[in-house]
Design a protein around this ligand. Structure first.
Ligand code: LRH
Ligand code: MN
Length: 385
């Protein structure tokens, strides 16, 4: 059990700054009490998640939602709070110029503008000490014939190559794919294969990020994870869960068994080893639930799935698999999934000097009452959409 605890103690989950701000759907964004008004307050909230779970030491930023005058000062503030700046997320999906695309737009002026934003994000990586740029493109078309699918790939290739060449030592970018939305006919980076192909062409600093909400219903995501890990191209995850589309619900909430299967392939493929460089990021929106507890619960869901995955009796599984013992192998797998790991994790937290129940500890901390009373006035942070 000791080595499982050692692996769990070293787990590193990254929370997204935008999960602490207001978010919603096209129908409504519900404002909540105590929501941060700037990136400094977002970091303070993220630090609470780390303080109570012990395994969420970095925060992903999104530009321009987290635009500040002095990024080095923001990174200093993070350090003072006991967290670090993680992935820098670009945003070429909210400007009027990007209606027909950003780096794939027919107009070279728009492509230049979009690529310059991506290069600015690398400058922000330099200023904050972040090693990871996450690229998601909403680019796509809504009607057949609207634009040339092949030409858009040529334009995307040019932009990615320019950004790739700008990356410094110890820096990489993660290319995110998504089947649809906001484009509803063809998305320019719709699936893992397209992202993988672009990354392989570019070089080792380009890897794929798997957002668990970005697949067609019924997609075997753990197969994609196993394949990308085997190829050394799994750069990270955007964890969330969904019942229908890109719902961005708490990871593990909709399908804890799928999360377990994904984390088993991560364990099996050596993805928990620090040198594998897999970034375990959350990408969620707490539209109706309190945001900091929502993040704490999400981190715990990944931790529970990881503990169960680490409990799979690999020798027994391998023996059953080799013997063609279908039911035996499945039983070994399900035994781990059906194991209640909460006592183990409560014990681990106490050994880490934390309260056994992070949700209860946060509720008793009085932090929410403090921010609800203190954060009056000013404009609450959101997606700025
Ligand atoms: C796109 C996405 C992407 C982010 C955004 C917040 O759906 O998953 O990762 O930039 O959500
Ligand atoms: Mn995402």
């Amino acid at each position: 059990m000791t080595d499982i605890k050692a692996v769990l103690r070293a787990q590193h989950i990254e929370t997204p700054s935008w999960a602490y701000g207001n978010s919603g759907t096209r129908f409504k964004v519900f404002a909540q009490q105590g929501v941060p008004r700037d990136p400094y307050e977002k970091l303070a909230d993220a630090a609470q998640v780390h303080a109570h779970t012990g395994i969420a030491p970095t925060v992903a930023l999104h530009i321009p939602w987290d635009k500040v005058d002095d990024y080095a000062d923001l990174a200093r503030h993070a350090r003072e709070l006991g967290v670090g700046i993680g992935a820098i997320n670009s945003n070429v999906f909210q400007d009027d110029d990007y209606m027909l695309g950003s780096v794939t737009h027919p107009d070279a002026r728009v492509r230049r503008k979009a690529t310059d934003h991506l290069l600015e994000c690398v400058d922000i990586m330099d200023a904050t000490g972040s090693g990871t740029l996450k690229l998601w493109f909403s680019d796509g078309i809504n009607y057949p014939g609207q634009d040339d699918i092949r030409a858009r790939q040529d334009r995307l290739t040019d932009a990615l190559a320019e950004v790739y060449d700008r990356l410094g030592d110890g820096q990489r970018f993660l290319l995110e794919y998504k089947l649809f939305e906001p484009a509803f006919y063809a998305t320019d980076v719709p699936d893992w294969g397209t992202a993988y192909a672009h990354c392989v062409k570019l070089g080792p600093k380009a890897q794929v990020v798997v957002d668990t909400g970005h697949h067609a219903p019924g997609t075997n995501i753990e197969f994609i994870v196993a394949f990308l890990l085997r190829e050394g191209r799994l750069g990270g995850f955007d964890f969330n869960s969904r019942f229908y589309a890109d719902d961005d619900l708490m990871v593990g909430a909709a399908d804890p068994f799928q999360l377990f299967r994904i984390m088993y392939e991560v364990v099996r493929g050596g993805g928990l080893d620090p040198e594998a460089g897999v970034a375990f990021m959350l990408d969620q929106c707490h539209n109706i639930e309190p945001k900091i507890p929502g993040q704490i619960r999400s981190v715990m869901n990944v931790q529970e799935a990881t503990a169960k995955a680490l409990l799979v009796d690999r020798d027994a599984l391998a023996a059953a698999q080799a013997a063609g013992d279908v039911l035996g192998a499945n039983a070994v797998f399900m035994d781990a999934f059906n194991t209640d790991v909460r006592p183990l994790l409560a014990e681990l937290r106490e050994e880490m000097g934390l309260a056994p129940d992070p949700m209860a500890a946060y509720a008793e901390s009085g932090y929410f009452e403090k921010i609800a009373a203190g954060r009056v006035g000013g404009e609450q942070a959101g997606w700025g959409a």
